[in-house]
Design a protein around this ligand. Sequence first.
Ligand code: DOR
Length: 441
Amino acid sequence: MNPFDLVIKNGTCLTPWGRVRTDVAVRHGRIAGFHDGEARQVIDATGLMVLPGLIDPHVHLRDAGAGDASGATVESIPTGTKAAVLGGIACVFDMPNTSPAATDAATLATKRAYAGRNAWCDIGLYVGATKSNIATLGALEAEPGVCAIKVFAGSSTGDLLVEDDESLERVMRSGRRRIAYHSEDEYRLRERRKLFHQGQPYAKHAEWRDVECAFLGTRRLMALAMRTGRPAHILHVSTAEELAYLRDYREVATVEVLVNHLTQIAPDAYERLGAYAVMNPPIRDRRHWEAAWAAVADGTVDCIGSDHAPHSREAKARPWPDTAAGLTGVQTVVPVMLDHVNAGRLSLERLVDLMCAGPARVYGAVGKGRLAAGYDGDFTLVDMGAERTIEESAIVSPCGWTPFAGMRVKGWPVATVVRGNVVMRDGEVLGAPAGKVVPFT
Ligand code: DOR
């Protein structure tokens, strides 16, 4: 028998059947079994937790895959996936609001081919819904590498938007896989915009895009999802009201919460960070932060993402509301979440559920999400005792900033393995881009 490609020795593996002190062997990119053996490469994981490769199901890498990443000033597939593996992420799902937007088969094919050669981690691709591509969505969601259709039901960065019930229902009737939604009611957003003026404090963002914008958007989507029977994944749920409501729609709904909404609280975040707290849906007050943690605790939440949304410092510096909405996060989501684990807010097992099994289940990612024989040899090795400070100088996204700069955290990713390839070890990126486009059921 040929040697294994990789054996990870002496670590504590977070398996679906519990924490196990065991070695784990990889052959041909897949987990061969939980044992030692002759191997081309060995990692000594003494003192480390061996997690399934963590998945960030919500990133905006800004790269349509036309191959001109060298000119990318804020982010690209090569730089964003490098940030991912440095941060302990082994797989990302990339949003379609690029230029051009990923809304047709040709753009998807270009992006898929480019990502398959230039990504450092594995990657799934969202296909964006527009009012003019509705009839093609059923075919587009079946394209290789497509994790889901993404619908912006309220407008955010870019011009993707499907806001009216009739079009939303047509989207739901085109295709059958779970659809991911940005849920904010566009009509209420437009109405409320008139109540504010340029140059007001950045904290006004949460007043403009208020709780009812998000809650009304979600109520409308649930009514349509129930009528059509089409499964829905509500991205970045940010309000206590939606979290309480969505529990009653389990037959159609799954739920994502962001690391930002679990970590930053208004008004403090706006006072400390100004424009670097501005995102859609907004950072809200403590009541919603508490509800988000309660929903993590009681199982309402299926997935945690970063909503990594790079913008240039110039675009962020514009006065409110013209400032670019969106915060970077793919390189920091794991350290910040591990710090929450060490603070006792969730268990490491629940983190694995939210960042591995959850996204694999919600999107139907083949081979992802658990340490089990035959699954992909994806691992995130973490040192739960390491105390570090998140440094802005370590951010490799070309935009060069993080809203978590200066945060002291306990718990740090020390290695990232993608299908048996060790692509990050102790803060160094290793080898060549090994990422592949993920298959989905
Ligand atoms: O804050 C956000 N930024 N929310 C979104 O929905 C989009 C994202 C972006 O692409 O910048």
